[in-house]
Design a protein around this ligand. Structure first.
Ligand code: SAH
Length: 207
């Protein structure tokens, strides 16, 4: 029997806290969420590895640290309406949903969207709206958003996403090609955009 409880606590200590994740609510939520239930049976034993893992359809669940830092940077509050691009397994979605009022999550692959719906239903997630569409376009009907988290890398920041960000809002997004990307944090104030590049990352491409 694998002790997932211990593996999860170790992930919090050695992958998140030791690298500087401080947000207590992010740590608490990730410490209580069974990541092993968001990956296929074949990689379940590796659920707490310090890396991304395959979830089928050529896609991956992001590394725990990447999920944590992108979430922490957004400083999500209970009033926030959040747009997530790239639902994948629904793991990141679950974390966002526990921090905010509503999540609109967009996935382009129908099989993965259904996989995520199943995963999120099992844990009783009720404030998530699922959209099968191209995330580059955002979701005009529900814009503007307080926060936007993009979990796949475009070569350039899609204009529609900055347009759909509220003034005072924040977005975290990996930007670059298949070989070189950086994690960007965007702040929007008075309709002007402030961009900050944090560090190198490697996400699947936003297609
Ligand atoms: N956050 C996810 C990981 C997502 S991997 C998790 O926790 O599991 C990136 C996801 O983005 C993949 O599922 C991929 O299908 C999706 N994707 C790629 N291009 C997209 C696009 N243009 N619009 C919406 N989703 C896209």
């Amino acid at each position: 029997m694998i002790d997932f409880f211990k593996l999860r606590n170790d992930m919090i200590k050695y992958q998140l806290i030791s690298r500087g994740i401080k947000d207590e609510s992010v740590l608490k939520i990730m410490g209580n969420l069974p990541r092993e239930d968001f990956v296929p049976e074949t990689v379940r034993k590796n659920a707490y590895n310090d890396s991304p893992l395959p979830i089928g359809e050529g896609q991956t669940i992001s590394q725990p640290y990447m999920v944590a830092i992108m979430t922490e940077l957004l400083k999500i509050t209970k009033q926030d309406v959040v747009l997530e691009i790239g639902t994948g397994s629904g793991y990141q979605t679950a974390i966002l949903s526990r921090l905010c009022k509503t999540v609109h999550t967009v996935e382009i692959n129908e099989n993965l969207l259904n996989y995520a719906k199943g995963n999120l239903n099992k844990i009783g997630c009720k404030n998530v709206f699922f959209h099968l569409s191209d995330g580059k376009k955002g979701i005009r009907e529900h814009a503007p958003f307080d926060k936007i988290l993009v979990a796949a890398a475009p070569e350039n920041i899609p204009n529609e996403l900055t347009l759909q960000l509220k003034n005072g809002g924040k977005m975290t997004i990996p930007v670059g090609n298949r070989f070189e990307q950086e994690l960007i944090v965007i702040k929007k104030n008075n309709n002007s955009i402030l961009k900050r590049s944090l560090f190198s990352v490697l996400f699947v491409p936003l297609i």
